[in-house]
Design a protein around this ligand. Structure first.
Ligand code: BDP
Length: 700
């Protein structure tokens, strides 16, 4: 068991009573008409039942007791005769129903939708019920996605390196495409379809214009052909200077008519190869990438030229709000809001502005981005990061659903109480119909896809939350554990506890109490709170923690950088004083004295130390939990996770010792009694070089 099968393992159900029940309720697949997508659904169902029940299920055209009836009203006379057209109407293109019904005296299960893809999604839902051993006797499921565009963003370069990728090289074998279709592309599509992901951006946001040339478009088209029956569209990153780099123009000024004509022609050409091409994702005027500001134009000017070219083909532009300019601002957290908010209402209809969950950069904990709720006339799309750039790469076990949920459930108060981030991005707050969410992929060509076996859960969680942001982290973890490891109740509850705690554990040994951006320079691995004197102040750690003899933390309140004022007054109130600020964000918003009294009764300094020590200790607890279920886990994955946890523990100690010793140079206080002293000096930690970091971005 090497993890290749992800959460689609379909191993035999060993609880006899459950298997028996399923055997009588799932005897055959009834498919009246074939389509590429229907056949995928049918085969998946057969594969799942073959594995779970060890029985071969026939495909029939007539009803038998226990038939699973698949189809749409237009493809199936049986489904069209069931009187469910009203029910289906509300489900849109991707929704589905699953229900138990008696047809001609024979008990059946119907999986129906308006379109073929809905049937596939319904089939995967049904299989999930079996994998998690739920009753399928009296089913009545109605489901449709809350968010329209549910995407992975691959930061994959054309040379197959993956920026911030820790699971091997890119899946896309550009050299052998379009002629050789690696079976892994199909496995990838299937995994995504199983969790409702319906789009993939194939290339890095730090884009290479080459991918827009004809030889590459043919390769992209080959991938699109594989993905299409799985409901997945392909998207590309568009380098803003492409008209110059591959088009032979002298400018990429978005208001120049030759540039506009070039993009139109290019887009028309793309659609001749990929008739359902999804559109472009663009990073512009950020970290050295070209953009409209090079020509004194704004982001809307830039996005709109692409949007107009794509509109006739129903393509979209996802224009990223992750920007920071060449001048170092007094607070980088403010920049996206400052640049984008004034542009609200000036984007074309087919533009989504893609906003990272927090205002800095995928830290272990950030408050929600102030743009959420601040641009009512513009559909905003969420960008989460699955790849653990700032969370220990693929060696630390960190289940990210709680991080995602914290952001989605946060209240912006944009239109009063209940204006959650989730309602901003699902469009319901401002009645937007164009909606989206993306996860920066953590997938590579490692045999188990994501490097760390548990990192698969983050890919899974993104898909499940994109479909239904109101699912709990716990529900998602439980589904994933049952499908990926075991239905044994002890395994389920042990791993659930571990997974649910894991993000907070990591926050504690890396960046407790609202600290952020204090990791190693450039590669972002391991502690580096001492980082200073780099080309930009906002690439250093001292800029973010601001520790001095009086205290620590970034004052972003009205008496500091004023970043807090970008939020609504209700939100401001929550964070504006050290006395009231929730402690998990204390040092994000406030500079706080070392003697500040915390809720525990300890001083800030003591509390900080306790968090670092508790975080590291908790990794030991995770190790114990993992060991306790050894008997129930296959040996290969057991040993792999065990080895990774050992690395994680060493590194938690590394983070703890390095940070405590470093901050002590400011606090001038002892490490509280009872906590063991670090066995190495600060000099030692500062002298450590991280020898090899995969996925590093070249410095521009
Ligand atoms: C940062 C990464 C960098 C990305 C950038 C981005 O360090 O590699 O290019 O974000 O999102 O997190 O554009």
């Amino acid at each position: 068991e090497d993890g290749y099968r992800l959460w689609m393992r379909y191993d035999k159900i060993t609880t006899v009573a459950v298997a028996k029940k399923y055997q009588s309720l799932a005897t055959s697949v009834l498919l009246e008409k074939e389509s590429a997508t229907f056949v995928i659904a049918q085969k998946e169902l057969q594969l799942a039942l073959q594995g779970l029940l060890q029985t071969t299920i026939p495909v029939t055209k007539t009803i038998q007791p226990g038939a699973i009836v698949l189809g749409t009203a237009s493809s199936s006379s049986i489904i069209s005769s069931l009187g469910i057209s009203e029910k289906l109407k509300a489900l849109g293109k991707e929704g589905f129903v699953i229900f138990s019904v008696v047809i001609k005296n024979k008990p059946c299960t119907v999986i129906a939708a308006n379109h073929d893809i809905g049937v596939l999604y319904g089939t995967f839902h049904f299989i999930r019920l079996l994998q998690t051993q739920q009753s399928i006797e009296k089913l009545s499921v109605v489901s449709k996605p809350a968010i329209g565009h549910r995407l992975l963003n691959h930061w994959d370069n054309l040379d197959r390196t993956v920026e911030r990728g820790y699971a091997g090289f890119s899946l896309w074998d550009w050299h052998k495409l379009p002629d050789y279709i690696d079976p892994r592309y199909i496995a990838y599509a299937r995994a995504n379809a199983s969790i409702g992901i319906n789009g993939t951006v194939l290339t890095n946001v730090n884009a290479n214009a080459q991918v827009l040339t004809v030889p590459y478009l043919k390769k992209v088209a080959a991938l699109a052909n594989v993905f299409r029956p799985y409901g997945i569209k392909v998207y590309l990153t568009a380098r803003f200077s492409a008209p110059v780099e591959i088009g032979g123009l002298t400018t990429a000024d978005p208001l120049d008519s030759a540039v506009q004509a070039w993009w139109k022609k290019k887009v028309d050409e793309i659609y001749t190869y990929i008739p359902d091409f999804g559109g472009f994702l663009v990073k512009a005027n950020s970290e050295g990438q070209p953009g409209p500001q090079n020509y004194d134009r704004n982001h809307a000017d830039g996005a709109n030229v692409l949007a107009k070219a794509l509109a006739p083909h129903n393509g979209i532009v996802m224009w990223r709000a992750f920007v920071y300019s060449n001048e170092v601002p007094e607070d980088r957290a403010k920049q996206a809001y400052n640049e984008f908010k004034p542009l609200d209402g000036t984007f074309e209809k087919n533009v989504l502005v893609q906003v990272k969950n927090g205002p800095i950069d995928f830290q272990p904990r950030e408050p929600f981005h102030p743009l959420f709720g601040a641009m009512p006339k513009t559909p905003l799309m969420m960008e989460f990061q699955l790849t653990q750039e700032y969370l220990g790469f693929a060696t630390h076990l960190v289940y990210l659903a709680p991080l995602f949920k914290e952001c989605l459930d946060a209240d912006t108060y944009a239109k009063g109480k209940g204006s959650t981030v989730s309602r901003v991005i699902d469009g319901s707050l401002e009645n937007h119909t164009l909606t989206g969410i993306a996860g920066v992929a953590n997938i590579g060509n490692d045999r188990n896809w994501t490097g760390h076996p548990f990192a698969q859960a983050n890919w899974y969680a993104l898909g499940r939350l994109a479909w239904n942001p109101s699912l709990s982290s716990e529900t998602i973890a439980e589904e994933w554990i049952r499908a990926t490891f075991s239905n044994n109740e002890n395994v389920v509850s042990t791993l659930k506890n571990v997974m649910l705690a894991s993000r907070e554990v990591t926050v504690r040994y890396m960046t407790p109490l609202g600290l952020h951006h204090i990791m190693g320079w450039n590669h972002h691995y391991g502690p580096g709170p001492w980082i200073k004197d780099k080309p930009r102040a906002d690439w250093t750690s001292v800029y973010y923690h601001q520790a001095d003899s009086l205290g620590i933390g970034f004052n972003r309140t009205a008496t500091g950088s004023k970043a807090l004022l970008q939020y609504t007054p209700e939100v401001q109130k929550i964070y504006s004083t050290p006395a009231d600020c929730p402690e998990e964000y204390l040092l994000w918003f406030n500079h706080v004295g070392w003697n500040h009294r915390m809720k525990s009764g300890r001083t800030l300094w003591d509390e900080l130390c306790h968090h670092y020590y508790a975080g590291a200790d908790s990794v030991q607890w995770i190790q114990q939990q993992w060991d306790s279920i050894h008997n129930h886990i296959d040996e290969e994955r057991y040993q792999q996770v065990k080895a990774l946890l050992a690395i994680q523990y060493q590194e938690a100690i590394w983070w703890r010792n390095a940070c405590v010793l470093y901050f002590q140079t400011f606090s001038k206080r002892d490490i509280p009694t009872g906590l063991p002293k670090p066995d190495q000096s600060l000099d030692y930690y500062q002298s450590l070089e991280f020898p090899f970091a995969p996925g590093i971005k070249p410095k521009w």
